[in-house]
Design a protein around this ligand. Structure first.
Ligand SMILES: NC(=O)c1ccc[n+]([C@@H]2O[C@H](COP(=O)([O-])OP(=O)(O)OC[C@H]3O[C@@H](n4cnc5c(N)ncnc54)[C@H](O)[C@@H]3O)[C@@H](O)[C@H]2O)c1
Length: 350
């Protein structure tokens, strides 16, 4: 752990120590939600998870309960946070009102996250990524939640040519997914302007790590390729391989969310931050790194560039460093090494 990464963790631990607050994590059965719940429980907080299992897994909730029961058994009273889970659909405002009652901080991780899926089913994305967000925002404000911290996306940058991407310069959106996320940011800012309701949106770049689903039709590139490589199958690199992405290890995303909780009020005025590693690789380099790390000789082929995808993506993380004290802790190779065992385990390949 480098010095800066250590410092950002230290400030989180200091802030949480001795406090027992009520957190709501929406999308708790999903990839990022599950990681966030586990960290909050480790920090001794009371956590309510909410999910409708649209893409999330019941097995993740079962695992959270199992791990939590084990920790609670060994830990003293001070350490033991509580976990409860509510199955509900955030497209229903009354469900949002119910789950935000008595909550101090909301992490909104529920939603759908696929560009091609949003082109196939715009209405679903409008309901799930727009209406559900508005419901949780409005219900959080009604129930006097202290702060809403939510998942936006690098897709918001769209056609912007300026790289690395800086928060205040975006282009035109090229998918319904991107426009839904941008709409979230506009609503959140308006709720601050009008009601003084505090929020922070994190524009996640490409996140990877434990609990990411490799089996979905819309699986992200890292789990999808790992599945092919481990299964000994040729895989497709969409485009010419020169497409770039900023891949960020999930522990760093959990960390930036926690820094969002402890951030000064002036950084939560409907503000948005890039959540990324700050360095990009080409898809060709990623493909070769994965083949090497998995000791494989599986080959890849180039396929068509996907509609709605951005060709070059790179994040400037200066704003998050300066305002929140965020420093990523893992390089791509380190993050992959930490998560490969998990991917192997869920794919039942040893
Ligand atoms: N993973 C990434 O690389 C990435 C990048 C950019 C943005 N994001 C955003 O981050 C958030 C979390 O992503 P993830 O990768 O963990 O996705 P995920 O699909 O693993 O998790 C999302 C969770 O939300 C739940 N959900 C969806 N709609 C719901 C609804 N109406 N009511 C209740 N629960 C609902 C799903 O069942 C699932 O458990 C999403 O908003 C996504 O768009 C993710």
């Amino acid at each position: 752990m480098n010095e800066y990464n250590y410092k950002s963790y230290e400030s989180i631990i200091r802030w949480f120590s001795g406090k027992k607050l009520n957190f709501l994590v929406t999308g708790a059965a999903g990839f990022i939600g599950t990681n966030l719940v586990l960290k909050l429980l480790e920090l001794g907080q009371n956590v309510t998870g909410a999910d409708n299992f649209l893409t999330g897994k019941r097995s993740n909730i079962a695992l959270i309960n199992e791990l939590h029961a084990k920790v609670a058994k060994d830990a003293d009273e001070r350490k033991g946070g509580n976990f409860s889970f509510i199955e509900c659909d955030l497209r229903d405002i009354n469900e949002c009102r119910r789950i935000t009652a008595g909550i101090d901080f909301v992490f909104h991780e529920a939603g759908l996250g696929s560009v091609p899926w949003s082109l196939e089913d715009p209405l679903l994305f409008h309901a799930d990524d727009d209406t559900a967000f508005f419901n949780i925002l409005n219900a959080s404000k009604e129930n006097a939640v202290k702060k809403l911290i939510y998942a936006s996306s690098s897709a918001v940058y769209g056609t912007c040519k300026k790289l690395p991407a800086v928060e205040n310069k975006i282009g035109g959106q090229v998918s319904m997914y991107a426009s839904a996320k941008l709409t979230n940011e506009i609503y959140a800012k308006t709720f601050y302007n009008v009601f003084g309701f505090e929020s922070i949106g994190f524009r996640y770049f490409n996140i990877y790590g434990d609990f990411q689903d490799p089996d979905s039709k819309y699986a992200a590139v890292i789990p999808a390729w790992i599945k092919n490589i481990l299964g000994g199958k040729t895989f497709i690199v969409n485009g010419d391989g020169k497409t770039t992405r900023d891949f960020c290890y999930v522990d760093d995303v959990v960390k930036i969310n926690l820094l969002g909780v402890i951030a000064d009020k002036k950084y939560a005025e409907g503000s948005v931050y890039n959540a990324a590693s700050g360095s990009s690789v080409t898809l060709k380099d990623l493909a070769e790194m994965l083949v090497r790390l998995l000791n494989s000789n599986v080959k890849y082929e180039f396929g068509p560039f996907r509609q709605g995808d951005i060709k070059y993506s790179a994040a400037d993380i200066t704003k998050a460093k300066n305002d929140l004290g965020y420093f990523p802790g893992s390089t791509l190779e380190e993050g992959l090494e930490k998560s490969l065992n998990w991917y192997k385990k869920v794919l039942k390949i040893h």
